[in-house]
Design a protein. Structure first.
Length: 511
């Protein structure tokens, strides 16, 4: 018997978090009812195939060093579909009107190698001199959460903030580092200051340690492999992941419903009565709310008003993804970069050359480009699709040297769906959990609280099953102490994932 046999779980929301929760519950033996208000499952993971192109409407990759995504991919039999970035990672920063390579060893905001940092043209000499003042400055942090920008500006100066931290972190979270929470997004900086005082000294020490480990594991007498990208994707696009999940869940007998909303949740003892928009009612043992902060707040408010209030305090950003395709003949020299981040005023925050970055994204002789227009670029983000397309096409064409219009265009808008982990975010997460303490069989999962990356969402969705069905099972066991504890054929995820920031990438849209 599996861990949750005989229990029934409602999952609200059919994005990657909800599908992962449904999968975990299913393999643990629970009966699953999943409802999705829109006409499709998968949320922001959506791949369009046209004329040999694989066009991603949302995220195009996940990080390999957090295992949740790769683990799920392999469980679903998609392991052979995993692809790596072509030729490592060759992303640039655009500063002072020029594309400059990100210096070797540069992390999100700090160097792990001093030489490339000192030599990089991304920073002017006055920026470098100001940053190196961090080597002698005293500790600055108190106990309270602060904005990442406040700490970096005080220790390293404006150059690091404008030319590294804001482009890299802003591309992930859709917010300025002057809004983002240190403790929720980059808690390692607090640890760095505590242990080494200087952020640069701590980062250089971490880099040396990582390189020593890589050297020791490269094989006796062998050569170390050059740096490779941590990003992975699927050969036919990330849309294959939710598609396969839907198929696998259907095969397991899960009840998956599109065009269906939850009208009400009503506690009935240890269970919950659910009224759906299709007119049906159901009694379930646990509820995973994975449809976003606003929808979750509406559902829990009648019985957990403080949790609803905390959920509504999580701010969200919008972004627009613009996809362009040209024949290589449109360029005097076909692009060689895999993309860049903008470290200054521009109509976009970053650009990915998908055809250079991933195998199989475009036929030979075609250049496939994605550009990102978040709220923080200003007025253009609120313009019409035509205005955005014209501005982005001019900008990208000018940088890459295209001398004819693109042969294919797509504009995909994601409105109010990118959670911003602003100062005090961890307090809001704690308030949501505390507010739901009176309803232990309900939980909120997804990018609004515990991590924005695809692996974070998958891990949180799976952990949510243990949070709600685990409590229900424990209650049932206490009521029947002579009942044998069922054994599990799969190991449930029991711990909530910690909030940690993804590595810099210009293509982040919410998962």
């Amino acid at each position: 018997m599996t861990a949750y046999a005989g229990l029934r779980l409602l999952v609200v929301g059919g994005g990657i978090t909800g599908l992962a929760a449904a999968w975990e519950a299913s393999i643990q033996g629970a009966e699953v009812l999943l409802v999705e208000a829109s006409d499709r499952f998968g949320g922001k993971l959506r791949t369009e195939h046209v004329d040999g192109l694989a066009i991603e409407a949302g995220p195009d990759s996940f990080v390999a060093y957090r295992p949740a995504a790769l683990t799920l991919v392999r469980e679903l039999g998609l392991g052979e579909e995993v692809v790596e970035v072509r030729g490592g990672r060759t992303v640039h920063l655009r500063t002072d009107g020029r594309l400059q390579p990100i210096p070797d060893g540069m992390g999100l905001v700090l160097p792990t190698k001093l030489g490339p940092f000192v030599r990089t043209p991304v920073l002017r000499w006055r920026h470098k001199a100001r940053a190196l003042l961090d080597l002698v400055l005293p500790r600055r942090l108190g106990a309270s959460d602060v904005a990442i920008g406040d700490l970096l500006r005080a220790r390293l100066g404006e150059g690091i903030v404008q030319r590294f931290a804001d482009p890299m972190l802003g591309g992930i979270y859709g917010a300025s580092v002057d809004e983002l929470s240190l403790d929720a997004v980059l808690p390692i900086l607090r640890e760095h200051e505590r242990t080494h005082r200087s952020l640069i000294i701590a980062s250089l020490a971490s880099g040396r340690a990582a390189r020593a480990v890589a050297q020791s594991t490269s094989g006796s007498g062998g050569t170390t492999r050059g740096p490779s990208s941590p990003f992975r994707s699927l050969a036919t696009g990330l849309g294959a992941l939710p598609d396969r999940l839907v198929d696998a869940l259907t095969e397991r007998g899960a009840d998956l419903r599109r065009h269906t909303r939850v009208d009400a949740l009503t506690p009935e003892g240890e269970q919950t009565r659910v009224r759906l928009s299709d007119g049906t009612e159901h009694v379930v043992d646990g509820v995973v709310l994975a449809a976003g902060a606003a929808a979750s707040a509406d559902l829990v408010e009648p019985y957990a008003a403080s949790a609803a209030a905390a959920l509504r305090q999580v701010r969200h950003a919008s972004t627009t993804v613009v996809t362009l395709a040209w024949p290589e003949s449109a360029f005097a020299t076909p692009p060689t970069t895999q993309g860049w981040l903008e470290a200054g005023d521009a109509p976009v925050s970053g650009v990915t050359i998908s055809s250079a970055k991933w195998p199989g994204r475009a036929p030979a002789g075609v250049v496939l480009v994605r550009a990102f227009v978040p709220d923080r670029v200003g007025r253009l983000a609120r313009g019409s699709d035509g205005e955005i397309l014209d501005a982005v096409t001019r900008h990208v064409s000018g940088i890459l040297g295209a001398h004819q219009p693109p042969t294919l265009t797509r504009v995909t808008r994601w409105v109010g769906v990118m959670p911003k982990y602003t100062v005090g975010h961890l307090d809001r997460v704690a308030a949501v959990d505390a507010g739901l303490a009176g309803q232990p069989s309900w939980t909120v999962a997804g990018s609004a609280l515990r991590g924005v990356g695809i692996p974070d969402c998958i891990a949180d969705g799976r952990a949510a099953v243990s949070r709600v069905l685990g409590s229900r099972k424990a209650t049932a066991a206490a009521a029947s102490p002579t009942t044998a504890t069922p054994t599990s054929t799969a190991t449930p995820t029991t711990a909530s994932p910690t909030i940690t920031a993804p590595q810099p990438t210009p293509e982040r849209t919410p998962a």
